[in-house]
Design a binder for this molecule. Structure first.
Ligand code: AMP
Ligand code: MG
Length: 423
């Protein structure tokens, strides 16, 4: 009788992130190029008054309704006169009675050889083309004395020197800043077309999840991704929609997605994005035919299930909180920017000396939880993608280049402060 075959354990994988030799892993740059090419704005437009426009995205080019400044005015407190009457050396000019102040212009004509008191922001009266600073003159209230020469046009602002009427002041796709509101107001614009806020629905998936604050069974973990993703969406300036937790049950998850598609413009889910038995997100997206399972050449967070559910783009993020955050920042953030009506733009990174050393595999980009310390950028001690403490410890991410193998202390590495994703 032959002996029963012994169960042989699979070869130990000491690097669970090893890249299979025969599969194609999509590099970050390629994934970005695809998103850039395929995505476009998915929200409609609405008018808003200036006072409500901060942080909104322009849905039209805005043109100046009037010039800025509308008329020539004085840049300083001083005295206005005709430049042609000024000579070299010491001289004095009698003052006309009256003055030109901001909002209370002098209506008359100032004769050549005479001067007028003028204040900052006041319209330059007829006959005046040059202003002398009050600190540069002596006066007894009847006339002024000063030394020539003077530069023609000195201390005056020309009409329209900042903006001409009809100039495009702000372009479609611009997220309006406080300074933009100043520019719009100054040029007579008080209402504009902006894109409606992007509504982003957030769903967590997994039978193991319990709601924060609830009593959890020992085999349950608290849903950490939902508060994180809702927070990110709010920080990006979009409208977060909390759509709850779905169990690992295909029919129920389907109902969650239906509701999400009805209420949101974009759907972010976490968990169930790989190709395992309980990975219902990717399975459901697969059924729609719109699904692409992105096996990304990154660490952490390789599978990203992208699809469209009843018209709404879905980002099926990995369940691991670290991977979910990295994929949100690196892929969902620039994508949502375009969906909300803005241009394609990756966050601004900074080259900072590494305060760590590390070996990595070539062919994938690695994102490390990081923050700036005294010796440069420091990384969190553990790279485990379930370590939420490190996400919270970090103030940003370090991105190690695809091809890098060894990073030594002092090497310049790319650092993305978390704040770089929220502008
Ligand atoms: P999955 O992608 O569904 O296979 O999940 C990967 C890992 O992330 C598992 O250990 C999950 O328990 C965990 N996970 C999934 N969703 C969440 C969540 N919302 N909060 C915290 N951990 C999660
Ligand atoms: Mg799961």
């Amino acid at each position: 009788m032959s002996e029963p075959a012994k169960l042989v354990p699979p070869p130990l994988k000491n690097d669970c992130f090893a890249l299979p030799a025969d599969t194609h892993w999509t590099p970050v740059d390629e994934a970005h190029a695809l998103l850039k090419e395929r995505l476009s704005v998915c929200v409609g437009a609405e008018p808003v008054p200036l006072a409500k426009a901060l942080g909104r995205v322009l849905a039209q080019d805005l043109s100046a309704a009037r010039a800025h400044p509308p008329q020539p005015n004085s840049a300083v407190d001083g005295y206005g006169l005709a430049h042609a009457a000024v000579t070299e050396g010491p001289q004095s000019f009698p003052l006309v009675s009256g003055r030109s102040a901001a909002g209370a212009p002098f209506e008359g004509h100032v004769p050549a050889g005479q001067a007028i008191r003028i204040l900052t922001g006041a319209t330059v009266p007829a006959g005046v083309d040059t202003v002398i600073l009050q600190e540069d003159v002596a006066t007894d209230g009847k006339s002024i004395a000063f030394h020539g020469p003077l530069k023609r046009g000195a201390n005056t602002r020309k009409a329209g020197e900042d903006v001409q009427q009809g100039d495009v002041i702000l372009s479609k796709g611009r997220k309006l800043t406080p300074a933009d509101l100043a520019l719009a107001a100054a040029t007579g614009v008080s209402e504009m077309q902006v894109f409606k806020p992007l509504r982003v629905g957030v769903i967590s998936t997994g039978d193991e999840l319990a709601e924060a604050g609830a009593v959890a069974r020992v085999d349950q973990i608290y849903d950490a991704n939902r508060p994180m993703l809702l927070g990110l969406v709010a920080q990006f300036g979009y409208e977060p929609l909390d759509l709850g937790r779905a169990p690992d049950d295909r029919a129920t998850l389907k109902a969650f997605l239906d509701e999400a598609a009805a209420r949101a413009d974009v759907i972010l889910t976490s968990g169930g994005a790989s190709a395992g038995d309980e990975d219902h997100m990717s399975a459901l997206l697969q059924e729609t035919g719109s699904m692409t399972l992105w096996r990304l050449a990154i660490k952490p967070g390789r599978p990203l299930a992208l699809g469209v559910w009843k018209g709404a783009p879905v980002f099926g993020l990995p369940g691991n909180p670290v991977a979910a955050l990295v994929c949100s920042l690196i892929f969902a953030q620039p994508a949502m920017r375009v969906l909300a009506g803005r241009d394609w733009k990756l966050p601004q990174s900074f080259k900072v000396p590494a305060a760590f050393s590390k070996s990595k595999k070539a062919g994938r980009r690695e994102f490390l939880r990081a923050r700036i310390g005294e010796r440069g950028v420091e990384v969190f001690g553990s790279e485990g993608s379930g370590r939420i403490s490190g996400l919270s410890w970090a103030e940003g991410l370090v991105a190690l280049p695809d091809e890098a193998l060894e990073i030594s202390e002092g090497d310049l590495v790319e650092y993305y402060p978390y704040s770089a994703f929220s502008v």
